[in-house]
Ligand binder design. Structure first.
Ligand code: ZN
Length: 95
């Protein structure tokens, strides 16, 4: 089996895109390592990093309003529940 390691250009693009969506270099590496169960980010394969690049490009090109928000409960007060999506959108609902 031949493993094609990710190229330098792919890595550079990956880190640039991560920066666009607000991730640090270390966060980006951790994300990739967890997703593909890699011991080291250096082991990432070409096809794996291109998967990540595709996702990041989708995320940075799509207008924030158009994606399907995944709201998570952030906080509750006596009258309201606050939900937020990772894109920064916040929804307040009466309880
Ligand atoms: Zn959202």
């Amino acid at each position: 089996m031949t493993i094609n390691k990710a190229s330098v250009a792919q890595r550079k693009l990956f880190f640039a895109l991560c920066k666009d969506v607000g991730l640090t270099g270390d966060q980006a590496k951790d994300k990739a390592k967890k997703k593909f169960k890699l011991k080291s980010f250096k082991d990432i394969e070409s096809k794996q990093i291109s998967q990540l690049i595709d996702k990041l490009q989708e995320r940075s090109e799509k207008p924030k309003e158009k994606h399907n928000h995944s709201f998570e409960l952030e906080a509750k007060s006596n009258k309201h529940s606050f939900y937020s999506c990772e894109c920064g959108t916040i929804v307040i609902e009466p309880r």
